[in-house]
Design a protein around this ligand. Structure first.
Ligand SMILES: O=C(O)CCC(=O)C(=O)O
Ligand SMILES: [Fe+2]
Length: 282
């Protein structure tokens, strides 16, 4: 008996050795597909968690630029690493930006009115989701019913987006609920600002007061006005941007939120829109 078990043991040992040799043989070519044991994937995963931690703990500052309409400067709202990540997320999906035609703007759209490219980001992405929560925190007590998918907009040399409102003349049906909504508020944040000019310009907003322009915080790097001192021009700065309210409390669009992305004269500017949905009764 003992000898029979002994020889069986030898068979098992030889079989096990053969199996492990064949595993060694196949593990080479298969390695890149096996996420758990591929060291490169593992390092990538670690970096992802690291970015999530960074995103969850990110701090920013705010500054009120106007109370009516509500306009808030978001100082370093997005970390440069988050910005890089979001651009990479949208990179492959850029296509010519669309323009919604409003009935009262008769000569829309002309090809030179909006020359940028746009890309919609996946709402399921974990970093997008952390930033969405950050935006919701800013909204605080403002009643809202959701957020559109984040939209990147990219400008190269000479590109622009002419004067427009972010709100719609006619409320839109919400894809999920079918109920009408309009864009209650907008976040517009610069994810890349390697450009000259290209301010976001609001002709009906108050210009920055002179004392803010020369302040120790570098006010003039953030905001400017036109030569004749009308309107507010917010300069592209990586990670910073604006939050403003588009609708009056009764749900109608605020005409004073008219704005444009002025042409950039050199380089690349990438911004990200986060549009907040407000419920429209009826
Ligand atoms: O590019 C800008 O500065 C503004 C962009 C904008 O207003 C928009 O995408 O709705
Ligand atoms: Fe806009």
């Amino acid at each position: 008996m003992a000898r029979r078990y002994g020889s069986l043991g030898r068979y098992v040992a030889v079989f096990a050795l053969g199996l492990s040799v064949s595993l060694i043989n196949i593990s080479g070519p298969l390695l890149p597909q096996l996420n758990i044991i591929n060291p490169l994937t593992w390092v990538g995963g670690t970096l992802g968690n690291d970015l999530k931690e960074l995103a969850k703990n990110h701090q920013y500052r705010i500054q009120v630029l106007s109370s009516d309409p509500l306009m808030i400067y978001l100082d370093e709202f997005i970390h440069p690493r988050e910005a890089k990540y979001l651009i990479e997320l949208g990179e492959a999906k850029f296509g010519p930006s669309k323009v919604y035609t409003n009935p009262d703007e008769k000569d829309w759209p002309s090809p030179s009115y909006r020359t940028s490219d746009s890309s919609v980001l996946s709402s399921r992405d974990p970093i997008v989701s952390i930033i969405r929560d950050r935006a919701y925190f800013v909204l605080g007590f403002l009643p809202h019913v959701g957020v559109e998918a984040f939209q990147l907009v990219r400008y190269h040399d000479g590109d622009l987006f002419g004067m427009h409102h972010d709100w719609f003349r006619e409320a839109l049906p919400d894809g999920k609920t079918g109920k009408s909504y309009n864009r209650l508020a907008s976040f517009f944040v610069y994810l890349q600002a390697d450009c000259e000019a290209g301010a976001t310009y609001f002709p009906h907003l108050p210009p920055p007061p002179a004392e803010m322009m020369g302040d120790s915080e570098g006010g003039s790097e953030r905001y400017q006005t036109t030569q004749n001192g009308t309107g507010l021009a917010v300069m592209p700065r990586l990670g910073s941007g604006l939050f403003w309210q588009n609708l009056h409390p009764n749900g109608t669009g605020d005409e004073r939120t008219l704005h444009a992305g002025l042409p950039i004269t050199k380089g690349t500017k990438i911004g990200m829109n986060i549009w907040i949905k407000g419920r429209i009764e009826g």
